[in-house]
Design a protein around this ligand. Structure first.
Ligand SMILES: [Zn+2]
Length: 78
């Protein structure tokens, strides 16, 4: 299981600003946002499940979510 978080700050991408999902496990990602900018998603076995929970938990961000290119490549789309 890995702990997933969202960056509450929107990042630029080709199709516009989005909020990235990251794996917070130590060593999983070197592009994690600052602790103060992390929104808790929870523990999941893959980023797809974490993305579904993120959409449910933060509906106002649901249309702007994307997986981090580095730690959630299978959920990265933009
Ligand atoms: Zn990441």
């Amino acid at each position: 299981m890995a702990k997933y978080i969202l960056n509450q700050n929107q990042q630029d991408s080709a199709s516009g600003a989005n909020n990235e999902l990251h794996d917070e496990t130590p060593g999983a990602c070197n592009r994690l946002p600052l602790s103060s900018n992390r929104l808790d998603v929870g523990y999941f076995s893959n980023c797809g499940e974490a993305m579904a929970e993120a959409r449910r938990k933060y509906p106002s961000l649901s249309s702007r979510l994307d997986g981090c290119y580095y730690c959630c490549p299978t959920c990265h789309s933009e």
